[in-house]
Every structure is written in C-alpha cells, then in structure tokens.
Design a protein around this ligand. Structure first.
Ligand code: ZN
Length: 88
C-alpha cells in the first residue's frame, strides 16, 4: 500500500484526479485525469509523466490565448470521460 507523501494516508491506486491551473487570472480546472494514485484525504495526485505532459499541453494554449486577447480572463473547465468502472 502506497502512502501519501503529504499526509501519510493510504492512497487509492488507479483513481482519477482533479488539477487546477492558474496563471494571470485564467483558471483552468481539469477533472477526471487518469492518475496513478490519488490521496482521498488531501487530494494529492500522482500522475504518469506522460499524462501530466498531455494535460500540460492541453492547458498551455488557453494561457497563451489570454496573453494575446483582451476579453476578460475565462474560467475553463475540462473534463475527461470517466473511465469504465474496473471490474470489482
Ligand atoms: Zn494526502
């Protein structure tokens, strides 16, 4: 059983994570990210490097949009489809 590095609670493996990215007033919330593990206590998520990189690639264009446009900074919500429930 893996433990959370932040609060030492046991973590849930193969869970989905929510991450919030903020830059210059733009808020991008990404939910249902497939995660290696998520702490149910504090929400700390461990992502595969490849997954983290893909999420980064997803949100970066939104921050770049905000740098070059004059509309108010948007609040963006991105949701990945829930993975099919694992057979219990
Ligand atoms: Zn924790």
């Amino acid at each position: 059983m893996t433990q959370c590095p932040i609060c030492d609670e046991p973590v849930e493996n193969n869970d989905v994570a929510t991450q919030v990215f903020r830059r210059d007033g733009v808020v991008v919330t990404v939910t249902s990210i497939p995660a290696v593990s998520v702490c149910p206590h504090c929400g700390n998520a461990v992502l595969d490097w490849d997954v983290a990189q893909q999420v980064e690639d997803l949100v970066q264009p939104l921050f770049r949009w905000a740098e070059s446009h004059t509309l108010p900074k948007p609040v963006v919500s991105i949701t990945f489809p829930e993975p099919l429930a694992m057979a219990a």
